[in-house]
Write a protein that binds this ligand. Structure first.
Ligand SMILES: *[C@@H]1O[C@H](CO)[C@@H](O)[C@H](O)[C@H]1NC(C)=O
Ligand SMILES: *[C@@H]1O[C@H](CO)[C@@H](O)[C@H](O)[C@H]1NC(C)=O
Ligand SMILES: *[C@@H]1O[C@H](CO)[C@@H](O)[C@H](O)[C@H]1NC(C)=O
Ligand SMILES: *[C@@H]1O[C@H](CO)[C@@H](O)[C@H](O)[C@H]1NC(C)=O
Length: 342
């Protein structure tokens, strides 16, 4: 970070630290009043938003390790697939125009943040998530899979409507999901019925080739795909420190005021949708030096198997030829903000 930036951090309130102007964010329009300032619990580290959105990411151009029918394009070759709209929305999409033969590879994008993390409060505001047959969109963090772990914050396949939060760990430390761990967060009325609200899938986070389910929690119907998009999108939050990996999701109309004000306070958000505690997971050892990654894959290990199970007239990799499948294959981002404990 440059000295000037450091000086600015010292002088300005967190909300001014956007890498690009806040006025580009539709979310800020119309919020005329501000609550009385309270202690800052988290300070903004980085905000990816607006016209400079793609400056802080690498474009990955290798083959898809999950065997998708996808060709990841460089920044230069992806001007039509990764761009910023005039209203400041960053768009990542799959090509829905080009001719692709059955079994071929369709153009898409996968971006990796230049900055890496060992903790943080990650707030990602999406207007739209890629949805449609054969698709496998993901917003996740990782480094050198599976050795330094992988955290899937947004992931689902095809026309799915349920988001899945998943941890994958490698050699780095024991990690399990304990659905019976004591609750850490309370509702506003003091109630604390559960440690998390989502539906428990696997408990064993350790993953390797061929055993890659990880430990996972399903969100509710409508947390992804078409219903999520119809509701104007929403906000996914991950709080990662040495004692927890905690996930909340907020619908567009229920984004907490403290998030909108750039002064987030997880203690006020109630029971999370998914929660891993350090009592059953060595978080500090299992997850290290993660980049944030956003990719839209097609078919491949998960989406391909799921599509082929649905008994379509063609196989998943042949359906890649049908460009109409990709008319909703866009991830539209308002902002991705990373805070650190103040
Ligand atoms: C796309 O994202 C998913 C996230 O779970 C990951 O497993 C997969 O390897 C990614 N594809 C590529 C090419 O990295
Ligand atoms: C959680 O508690 C339930 C009820 O006591 C028990 O049946 C279950 O085995 C426990 N799960 C784990 C992973 O410990
Ligand atoms: C999920 O929600 C959609 C509407 O958002 C509804 O049409 C569908 O029936 C629901 N599915 C289940 C399994 O509840
Ligand atoms: C192409 O995809 C669209 C949208 O998914 C679908 O409605 C249509 O039936 C598909 N066409 C063929 C020939 O499979």
């Amino acid at each position: 970070m440059q000295l000037l930036t450091l000086v600015l951090i010292a002088l300005l309130p967190a909300t001014s630290l956007a890498r690009s102007p806040n006025h580009l964010s539709r979310q800020y329009h119309g919020s005329k009043h501000h609550n009385v300032p309270r202690d800052t619990k988290y300070k903004l580290q980085t905000k990816h938003q607006g016209q400079n959105f793609f400056d802080d990411w690498y474009f990955y151009t290798e083959n898809d390790p999950t065997h998708g029918n996808v060709k990841y394009e460089s920044r230069e070759n992806a001007r039509d697939l990764a761009y910023v709209q005039s209203d400041g929305t960053a768009v990542l999409k799959v090509d829905n125009k080009g001719h692709v033969p059955p079994g071929g590879k369709r153009r898409s994008v996968r971006i990796t943040s230049k900055e890496t993390y060992n903790s943080g409060l990650f707030i990602a505001d999406f207007w739209h998530l890629a949805s449609g047959p054969t698709l496998w969109p993901a917003f996740w963090s990782g480094n050198d899979w599976p050795n330094n772990g992988e955290i899937d914050i947004v992931e689902y396949v095809n026309t799915g409507k349920v988001n899945q939060y998943t941890l994958h760990t490698g050699t780095g430390g024991e990690c399990k999901l304990d659905p019976n761990v004591s609750a850490r967060y309370r509702n506003k009325d003091g109630s604390q019925p559960k440690s998390y609200l989502g539906n428990t899938l696997g408990l064993q986070c350790k993953s390797s080739n061929g055993h890659n389910a990880g430990c996972a929690v399903d969100d509710f119907n409508g947390s992804a795909g078409r219903p999520f998009n119809m509701a104007g999108g929403g906000v996914f939050v991950m709080l990662w420190d040495n004692t927890q990996l905690t996930f909340w999701r907020f619908e567009r109309n229920h984004i907490p005021q403290d998030i909108q004000d750039g002064n987030p306070d997880p203690e006020t958000w109630g029971i999370p949708v998914a929660y891993w505690s350090d009592k059953s997971c060595d978080i500090a050892k299992a997850f290290r030096d993660h980049s944030i990654i956003i990719n839209i894959s097609i078919c491949g290990d998960w989406a391909g198997a799921a599509y082929n199970n649905e008994h379509h007239p063609t196989s998943c990799s042949d359906a890649v030829a049908n460009a109409t499948n990709y008319d909703s294959a866009q991830i539209k981002i308002n902002h991705i903000s990373i805070y650190q404990k103040a």
